[in-house]
Design a protein around this ligand. Sequence first.
Ligand code: PXP
Length: 236
Amino acid sequence: MPALCVNIDHIATLREARGGKEPEPLHGALICEKAGADGITFHLREDRRHIQDKDVGDLRENIRSKLNMEMAAISEMVKIAKKVKVDQATLVPEKRRELTTEGGLDVSKQKDRFKKIVKNLKSDKILVSLFIAPELNQIRASSQIGADAVEIHTGAYCNTRGREQRQELEKIKKAARFAKSLGLRVFAGHGLNYRNAKNVAAIAEIEELNIGHSVISRAVFKGLETAVKDMRRIVK
Ligand code: PXP
């Protein structure tokens, strides 16, 4: 069974919508750990639209499972990852106006730049994973620059149906096999939900899945009944 790391960004998104203190990402992360999550993933964005610097400190102090920081490949984030001593850094492309991470990194075009960042993070014993599309040239480049792992972008698989989706799944399988043959650890994520995660989890080479939006979405409805009953009791 692959490890399940839960991305808690959307708890922070809800908090930021009000600009207050609730709901607290750390509280959510502790529930995820108690429920069996193997790790907690968060994305500290340059624009701090959801997770804030304080959350990162709170998570580091309290999380006992793997703490995985998704981050842009920029010196500000490298400094924070090293200072906080996250267990894993996942380098992702980041554009200010995107709603969520779109596409994977183009490692093959910027090998020198990524090589320096990977080396820097690894020198502090941080496991470095690169978020890439299931493309063989990106996997080869990730291996050449010394990454520990690749996280295969599952977005295209999740956003297609039927024959096209089966083709996307084959691409992920082929990419996973190739990455493993080069000695890379293989992770996957983005867009996975309660219908489509099974096929990806079944790929033998994939040892970790990062899932956020669908888990937090389900939590809203799983918890809404109790939340209304609790409030009704108070109102009464
Ligand atoms: N993996 C990476 C690298 C991501 O950037 C994201 C989104 O933050 C995820 C996984 C989780 O995606 P989702 O929220 O669609 O499950």
